[in-house]
Design a protein around this ligand. Structure first.
Ligand SMILES: CC(C)(COP(=O)(O)OP(=O)(O)OC[C@H]1O[C@@H](n2cnc3c(N)ncnc32)[C@H](O)[C@@H]1OP(=O)(O)O)[C@@H](O)C(=O)NCCC(=O)NCCS
Length: 144
């Protein structure tokens, strides 16, 4: 039986482990440093939600309330737990939380090769905007 719950600082090392095992690209020495993740939680605009099988973290996502929109980031499920609806449940949690905070729009960035993630998002009603480019500038080097 899988349960969902808000993650706390003690869970954060397990989040790094899960992202590695799930093959999700992330930046453990950059913006995904444990201390920065902790600071995000303290700040209150970002929430980490986990899916647990017993005590084991098997899925995670990060919801970020930027004020105008909600963002779903870093969604990942361990390989042995996929296609059971866990990512869908984590997304639904984020959507409810953003709605509770008064946000009217929820977004995600997905790389074009990631067919699983694109299928997941589209199944849940996320429109694919092909007329927008993602532009970014790192102020802390490429690995940030
Ligand atoms: C993408 C990912 C999070 C999906 O997690 P999941 O728990 O398996 O997703 P769900 O079980 O909620 O899937 C819901 C629906 O999404 C679609 N979907 C999910 N994985 C899919 C896949 N591999 N191929 C095609 N469609 C897929 C299906 O429509 C699925 O419904 P169905 O199982 O009834 O057919 C998971 O594959 C993962 O962790 N991938 C690696 C990390 C990653 O790429 N994260 C996304 C970063 S943007």
């Amino acid at each position: 039986m899988t349960r969902l719950g808000l993650l706390e600082s003690k869970d954060l090392p397990a989040v790094h482990k899960l992202w590695k095992e799930a093959g999700l690209p992330f930046h453990p020495k950059g913006r995904d440093k444990l201390e920065l993740m902790q600071a995000e939680i303290n700040d209150g605009r970002t929430f980490y939600i986990g899916a647990f099988e017993g005590d084991r973290l098997v899925g995670v996502t990060v919801g970020t309330d930027e004020g105008r929109k909600g963002w779903i980031n870093r969604l990942a499920i361990l390989p042995g737990y996929r296609r059971k609806g866990l990512a869908s449940d984590l997304m639904a949690w984020c959507e409810e939380e953003f709605a509770r905070r008064g946000r009217g729009l929820v977004c995600a960035l997905v790389e074009d090769w990631n067919g699983a993630s694109l299928a997941l998002m589209r199944k849940h009603g996320y429109a694919l905007r092909k007329d927008i480019f993602y532009l970014r500038k790192s102020l802390r080097g490429e690995d940030w």
